[in-house]
Write a protein that binds this ligand. Sequence first.
Ligand SMILES: [Zn+2]
Length: 292
Amino acid sequence: MLAPRTFETLSVYYYMKYIILDLEWNTGYSKSAHRFVNEIIEFGAVKVDDSFQVVDEFSRLIAPRVKKRLSGRVKELTHLTNEDVADGADFLSVSRAFTEFVGDGAVMTWGTTDIHTLMENYLLYTNDNHIPFLHRYCDLQEYCEKAIDRYDEGNQIGLGRFAEIIGVEFSEEEQHRATADAYLSLKCLRHVLGGYPLESCLLQADCEAFYDRIQFKNYFITDLSSPDVDRAQLKFRCESCGKQARRMKKWRLRNKSFNADFYCQACDRRFSARVSFKKRYDGVKVTRKIIS
Ligand SMILES: [Zn+2]
């Protein structure tokens, strides 16, 4: 159960372009920032029209500044070499070219990790974490999972795994380069399109509300006196007769959920019930269960 969305979603309009973006990055320690940063080394994107036909693509390497040597894992995954990326352009010039490429189109990424990494890179290079080319945004992972009725916040499906699930073929060799991953995301999107309304996953992104939302960390409420707890959710009915059952003991917190024993007088039946309250940006998700 979710409270009504307070966040504005957008309607899909004709002639809208969609830009499916994928990034590769390398982690290095920034002495000036005193922290590890995920430095973007590649932008890969494919642009499609409103019927999801490819109209353009974008592929640029970025020369890293913080750490010039790629980690073994990144080399292995991307097949990129230190020399490849050393010849790349600088982040801000790629950003300008990409901003032009996006225009007023909607940007899509598989999961929000790329968005967090972009914010981190803009913060590093411009001291401002806002993403200049982000006007409208869709998390493709969320959309595609919803379209096949497999959406579960706590268990996100990676792109390769998702392609396998829906039977979209891809070669492991081509994977993990930005443009190839963008194309694979597009294949998956095309395959599931129509399974869920796209506009409900399309967000206005050039506003503070978007950044608040994307940076919001969901958490479980562990105090029943919190104003976010709907007291009505603490009542349980007997599964046999449907009558309101009486709670016999105090609610106990166990593994982020509250547990209590109930008794139905009419049936002389005891049972345990469990309820959890997950605070999210756009409401509280309540999960209720009768255990025995
Ligand atoms: Zn009963």
